[in-house]
Design a protein around this ligand. Structure first.
Ligand SMILES: [Zn+2]
Ligand SMILES: [Zn+2]
Length: 92
């Protein structure tokens, strides 16, 4: 039996518990790039990636910023650390 704790992927159309390690999660999240960007634009007033939160009033520019000013790796790592990892650590 797997020792990995499961977590929900909020970006899947039919959310289900996924049992995966960090590396596998990052690969999974890579399939949701557009949804992750939309999620950040909708839920974070300032860009949460990078050292200093950056306010970008235009949603279109904000999405472009997430796409071009940050690497894909940064984006997927952020999604893992903020949306997935917390679920894993609170599960018994
Ligand atoms: Zn997913
Ligand atoms: Zn940024």
């Amino acid at each position: 039996m797997s020792m990995h704790h499961g977590a929900f992927c909020v970006f899947c159309d039919n959310p289900r518990t996924i049992h995966a390690d960090k590396r596998q999660w990052l690969i999974h999240l890579a399939g949701h790039r557009e949804k992750i960007i939309a999620h950040i634009v909708d839920n974070y007033e300032k860009c949460p990636l990078g050292a200093y939160p950056r306010l970008i009033p235009s949603k279109t520019e904000y999405a472009g910023h997430l796409k071009w000013s940050h690497t894909k790796k940064e984006l997927f790592l952020w999604a893992y650390q903020n949306l997935i990892e917390g679920q894993i650590s609170v599960l018994p």
